[in-house]
Design a protein around this ligand. Structure first.
Ligand SMILES: Cc1cc2nc3c(=O)[nH]c(=O)nc-3n(C[C@H](O)[C@H](O)[C@H](O)COP(=O)(O)OP(=O)(O)OC[C@H]3O[C@@H](n4cnc5c(N)ncnc54)[C@H](O)[C@@H]3O)c2cc1C
Length: 312
């Protein structure tokens, strides 16, 4: 049987850097990480969080660990959450992950509140020694002429990595909504791709005590897209040669589906990559595809989390 593209890596926290009020970078280090793979800039990984009572005593490491993990009773099943490789340095056995600290409501955010150097963390990530592709990445812009990248704080690590590997002559716009102005990080990217930071403004957009997730993102991206499609409608149209899709595209009206990641056409048109809170991302995608007629094969959209719902 072929070696799976992913495996469990045993790591230790080497360094914790508070980058801004809500971003915490954790550098993990271990010999195991020398075999870490990194297939695409928005490469997702899973962190397996320790249980307060029993740490990792019940994690099924061998064989079909996922089925075995699912079959465990709640109190013995370690929470698993999805994150992004911000940077990997396999030669040094190092991995950086940028965690959003959003309080005590979830096990991952709680973990980041107390983590310290030396702590152990299990990470499920691509295995560089496997010939199988990990499949856990979606950035496939082809030869797009214009890039539209939009996300909230959970997408900032992926966008940071995407920007760093873009060709120098790339053109487009990036919109990133973050909790507050001080969460705007330094990102390196081509000069033709303007980065717009949007600080969430709870007073203006919030209701029912919620800080108005996605409101500023939707507003800014909608305004940009309206102007852009009006100026260049051809770039949004159905590609002349329909691109191969990364996945079979399901029915457009399935509102529960917040993940579709086609590979863009190589025709110089637009490629949009949208990731963040599911409702906001769905609204944006709907506006682009249904409102403005952007061909859906040009729009990758990924619900990274959903307000009021724990992952898993
Ligand atoms: C492909 C992918 C890549 C991701 N990459 C990153 C990454 O690099 N960094 C990162 O920080 N996150 C990332 N996320 C998002 C992360 O998986 C979720 O935020 C996850 O829910 C956090 O787990 P938790 O245990 O803290 O909260 P959960 O137990 O999952 O949720 C508990 C509660 O917290 C709320 N919640 C979850 N996330 C947030 C948030 N960010 N802000 C406010 N409320 C929230 C939920 O709605 C729920 O009510 C990624 C998600 C995906 C799918």
């Amino acid at each position: 049987m072929a070696k799976p593209g992913y495996r469990v890596f045993d790591t230790q926290v080497a360094q914790i850097t508070r980058m801004s009020p809500h971003f915490v970078r954790v550098t993990f280090r271990s010999d195991d990480l020398r075999e870490l793979g990194w297939d695409g800039p928005d490469q997702r990984i899973k962190v397996v969080l320790p249980l307060a009572s029993s740490g990792y005593d019940h994690v099924p490491f061998e064989g079909d660990w996922y089925s075995a993990w699912r079959a465990l009773p709640d109190e013995r099943r370690n929470p698993i959450r999805t994150y992004t490789i911000r940077e990997a340095r396999p030669a040094a056995g190092e991995l950086d992950v940028d965690f959003v600290a959003h309080g005590d409501s979830g096990p991952a955010s709680r973990w980041i509140g107390t983590a310290k150097p030396g702590d152990r963390l299990l990470v499920i990530a691509p295995d560089a020694t496997s010939e199988e592709e990990s499949g856990g990445w979606e950035w496939r812009p082809g030869a797009a002429g214009t890039l539209l990248i939009a996300g909230d704080e959970t997408a900032v690590p992926a966008v940071g990595a995407i920007l760093e590997q873009l060709p120098d002559d790339s053109r487009g716009a990036v919109f990133l909504e973050v909790p507050e102005a001080a969460d705007a990080l330094e990102l390196r990217g081509p000069s033709g791709v303007a980065v717009h930071w949007l600080a969430r403004d709870a007073a203006a957009h919030g209701h029912d005590g919620e800080p108005g997730y996605g409101a500023r993102l939707v507003e800014a991206v909608t305004a940009w897209a309206d102007a852009w499609v009006a100026a260049d409608p051809a770039a949004a149209a159905v590609p002349a040669a329909a691109p191969a899709t990364a996945r079979e595209l399901p029915a457009l009206d399935d509102d529960d589906l917040v993940w579709e990641a086609p590979a863009a056409a190589d025709d110089g048109g637009v490629y949009a990559w949208l990731a963040g809170e599911a409702t906001a991302i769905t609204t944006l995608r709907r506006h682009l595809v249904k409102g403005l007629g952007v061909d859906r094969r040009r729009v990758a959209f990924m619900g990274y989390w959903k307000l009021g719902r724990a992952e898993g």
